[in-house]
Design a protein around this ligand. Structure first.
Ligand SMILES: NC(=O)c1ccc[n+]([C@@H]2O[C@H](COP(=O)([O-])OP(=O)(O)OC[C@H]3O[C@@H](n4cnc5c(N)ncnc54)[C@H](OP(=O)(O)O)[C@@H]3O)[C@@H](O)[C@H]2O)c1
Length: 330
């Protein structure tokens, strides 16, 4: 059982010069939550859409280098694969001794893209939620849970900084679970590949196709294979997988035991082991870093293939029926 921390004192953070670098999904949410918690901060971004957004939100954005200069706490809310280059070019030259580098995901540290100097604290404060959710829950007076880890403790206060930062962005209102950079990085990558962004969407697409080929009207196929996933996920989120099977009909439960092992058979189990090995060995990270460095053409090609699917148009029309989407909000 991981150690669980709740809200800690943010007062030490109020005395520090804080810089949020990047103002995208996480950067914006964290910067706004920090400000609402009374933390004074600088936002560092390049000119463009993010900088405009920060200005609209009442910040006066500066360059990444200017924000990093003299900062005690630096939150690197930048693209994972860009972080190494940006750290060397914009951050390391102005990094003050004893500063804390705060990461929202362990990728860049675990795979060696960012190698911090020995005099810096390196901590992970990883919200378990997309940026807009981190912000929305905070505004509602709650938060999302998060993972915290200490990668390097140069000052002896790295954990205190991580917990103070996590509390200031709202994670401490729920729970901050202690982990390691390695565990967070590998479990996060595996989870998004095997289930969240890879496995589950592919299962939805394949099921939609099977139903449509079987003569089911596309809208009905979409509802059965894609749209209704939210209802079951909400149930699992609230009551767990055990609570879910106790809430569904006997017909659904009997069908589930028949179908589950057929859908996830030996081939799929081997595929999952292979994914895990690729994450563990660093092979996945190596390929992705190379792809990003060479301009992301293969990523663009695969995205085009993914988007070239009649399913999406059907989805747009289904989501347009307001009374149907109202039932999924309940
Ligand atoms: N997305 C999530 O919900 C989520 C959840 C948990 C953890 N994380 C982690 O949070 C970190 C940030 O991810 P994100 O999703 O927030 O990224 P993002 O939405 O892509 O935002 C990246 C930010 O970095 C800026 N940026 C990119 N290249 C830059 C450059 N060369 N110079 C200056 N600024 C630059 C972008 O500005 P421009 O607009 O100018 O490109 C943007 O403001 C990552 O470590 C990620 O793994 C994200």
């Amino acid at each position: 059982m991981p150690t669980v921390y709740r809200e800690t004192d943010v007062a030490p953070l109020l005395q520090k010069a804080v810089a949020v670098l990047g103002y995208g999904s996480q950067g914006r949410a964290q910067a706004l939550n920090l400000r609402d918690s009374g933390v004074e901060l600088r936002v560092g971004v390049r000119p463009g859409a993010s900088a405009e957004r920060a200005r609209t939100d009442g910040f006066e954005p500066v360059s990444v280098r200017s924000a990093a200069e003299g900062a005690d706490v630096l939150a690197l809310c930048l693209p994972d694969v860009e972080m190494g280059r940006m750290f060397e070019e914009e951050i390391r030259p102005v990094l003050r001794e004893g500063a804390a580098l705060v990461f929202a995901h362990g990728f860049a540290v675990h795979y060696g893209l960012v190698q911090a100097p020995q005099q810096a604290d390196v901590v992970l404060v990883a919200p378990m939620g997309a940026g807009p959710v981190v912000r929305q829950r905070f505004e509602e007076g709650s938060g999302v849970p998060g993972l915290v880890a200490v990668g390097q403790d140069a000052t002896g206060t790295a954990l205190e900084v991580a917990l103070g930062y996590g509390s200031a962005i709202g994670l401490g209102r729920v729970a901050m679970l202690e982990t390691t950079f390695r565990e967070e990085t590998e479990s996060d990558l595996f989870g998004e590949q095997a289930v969240l962004c890879g496995g589950l969407p592919e299962l939805m697409r394949a099921s939609f196709r099977t139903l449509a080929e079987g003569g089911v009207q596309p809208e009905i196929a979409y509802i059965a294979a894609v749209h209704e996933v939210k209802l079951i996920v909400d149930l699992i989120y609230e009551r767990g997988l055990d609570g879910m099977v106790q809430s569904i009909s006997g017909t659904a439960e009997w069908g589930a035991y028949e179908a589950g092992p057929k859908v996830i058979g030996e081939e799929s189990r081997n595929g999952l082991r292979e994914l895990w090995e690729r994450v563990r060995s660093g092979a996945f990270a190596r390929d992705w870093i190379e792809e990003a460095a060479s301009g992301g053409n293969e990523l663009a090609r695969r995205r085009k293939v993914f988007l070239d699917d009649p399913l999406h148009e059907v989805g747009t029309s289904v989501r347009g029926w307001t009374d149907l989407s109202a039932t999924t909000r309940g």
